[in-house]
Design a protein around this ligand. Structure first.
Ligand code: ZN
Ligand code: ZN
Length: 492
């Protein structure tokens, strides 16, 4: 593993709430002090400081020399946790050291709130190995909710992928699991996440020896996941106990997981969520201090998505989200969330500086194809791959120089390309055009006798965007079953 990734590793610390803390209160302070088992306490403290405070491992017989450094490391740790800075292993200090905790050297990292960042605003995630503590659907929704904590506060959009090369790979694992940071069985280390980067970067591991729950018992997966995803986005631990990124956690916070500091930190990396100004102003967000807002890539004028005659150039699903392209602007609506991300296409896909005429998504390749005039881009995960390629790749004759709309139908494995009043059918499995095409749209899609702006396939229907309207089309019965305004899809 590259050494730079090592520094990104973070592990969540949890201090158990409730009974675990109330019980020792009955024991007089002095009697549960380290003096009862000094050797064990010293061993615990040494290992703790080596692992989390960068205390150098000394060869045997040289411990005496390292003592001043040991004391200063104890002080560092006490400062981090706001304890009495004595440099002595008092009961309070040992109490924190005994708590399940994190692999990141706190003192080294906390001063630098901003870590590395993803150089994009659409982050893909995928869930690999699940825990057996909870139903899969519960894990899915907790992970999604934990990510949406950050999505609501920033310009980020999370798109679920079903491949193993997603930006954030979520895994439930135990003990040695292939990344040099073995888990330790129940309690202790609960989870860790790697900061943004290729390969293991962004990956988030949960110790499956813990008991994962949705409530107050065991460990609350939503809460731990939200904290870990903060690391996966590049955030470091905070010393502020109000922050989600504080390394210890006392009890599930009901509504706002993020403190003002958490919001400021994620905004410093990715910019705020411009579609939710109220949320940000509640946290005293100031646009003046954010280069993302004042920079040329964030024009202050947003497009009015609710304009009566709004049309789209292309509409496509991409993972769990639907992308709406209009000129060089893009709206992204997550299928299960209400907020919509928007901005110039280049904000999300820096390589694409043009409009998009047609777009389609092939789920089994986790790939979207974005067509502009006679060229198309391939978007895998959330990354635009390489250079645009010519449309002739699909087997079009040379005279086809643009496409109005494209839609992929999973059931048939076909992608349909609509051009004026004709359409082609492309076999994605064999990667060739079907014989007998082009055909007239009006012959195979009775009721549609106009140019199509965009098309998308969802839940067994094809939705044809025609001007400011969208037709819900029953592909098997071959008729229109509904009409609505196109921008109702954006909540208008
Ligand atoms: Zn952490
Ligand atoms: Zn791991």
């Amino acid at each position: 593993m590259p050494i730079m990734l090592l520094s990104c590793l973070c592990i969540l610390v949890l201090v158990l709430p409730g009974p675990c803390f109330t019980a020792p209160a009955f024991i007089p302070e002095g009697e549960r002090s380290p003096s009862t088992e000094p050797q064990i306490d010293l061993k615990l403290a040494t290992e703790y400081l080596q692992q989390y405070y960068n205390l150098k491992k000394e060869p045997f017989g040289r411990r005496k020399r390292s003592w001043p450094s040991f004391t200063s490391k104890v002080k560092d740790m006490q400062i981090f946790f706001g304890l009495n800075t004595s440099g002595v292993l008092d009961s309070e200090t040992l109490e924190v050291m005994r708590s399940p905790r994190c692999g990141v050297p706190d003192v080294e990292d906390y001063s630098q709130n901003q870590g590395t960042r993803w150089n994009k605003n659409i982050i893909t995630y995928s869930i690999g190995r699940y825990t057996r503590d909870l139903p899969r659907s519960t894990v899915d929704s907790l992970v999604e909710s934990a990510l949406s904590v950050w999505a609501r506060a920033s310009s980020l959009t999370f798109v679920r992928s079903y491949t193993r090369n997603a930006d954030i790979m979520v895994e439930f694992v135990t003990y040695e699991h292939g990344d040099l940071y073995p888990f330790d069985g129940p309690r202790g280390t609960l989870a860790h996440a790697f900061g943004p980067g290729e390969g293991i970067g962004g990956d988030t591991h949960f110790d499956d020896a813990e008991h994962w729950t949705t409530g107050q018992q065991g460990f609350n997966l939503y809460l731990v996941a939200a904290h870990e995803f903060g690391h996966a986005l590049g955030l470091k631990h905070s010393r502020n106990p109000e922050s989600l990124m504080y390394p210890t956690y006392n009890s599930p916070r009901p509504v706002n997981l993020l403190s003002r500091e958490d919001v400021a930190n994620v905004n410093a990396l990715y910019g705020p969520n411009r579609s939710r100004p109220n949320y940000l102003s509640r946290y005293g967000w100031s646009a003046q201090h954010n280069p993302w807002l004042s920079g040329p890539q964030f024009p202050r004028l947003m497009q009015n998505k609710c304009a009566a005659d709004l049309t789209f150039d292309a509409v496509s699903t991409l993972g769990d989200a639907t992308f709406f392209f209009r000129e060089t602007y893009l709206w992204i609506k997550h299928n299960k969330q209400y907020d919509i991300k928007e901005g110039p296409i280049t904000n999300f896909m820096p390589k694409i500086e043009t409009n998009i005429d047609a777009a389609f998504w092939v789920p089994r390749r986790s790939t979207a194809y974005l067509i502009h005039e006679s060229m198309f881009w391939t978007v895998k995960g959330s990354l635009v791959k390489g250079k645009p390629r010519p449309l002739s790749h699909f087997g079009f004759p040379a005279w086809v120089q643009d496409v109005d709309a494209a839609v992929h139908i999973v059931k048939t494995g076909r992608t349909l390309f609509f051009i004026h009043d004709i359409y082609w059918s492309y076999n994605e499995n064999r990667r060739i055009m079907d014989i007998g095409y082009p055909k007239y749209i009006s012959e195979d899609f009775p009721g549609l006798n106009t140019t199509i702006s965009a098309a998308v396939h969802k839940e067994g229907f094809i939705y044809f965007f025609v001007g400011p309207q969208v037709y819900k089309y029953d592909y098997t019965q071959k008729h229109i079953v509904g009409v609505e305004k196109a921008n109702t899809w954006l909540g208008c």
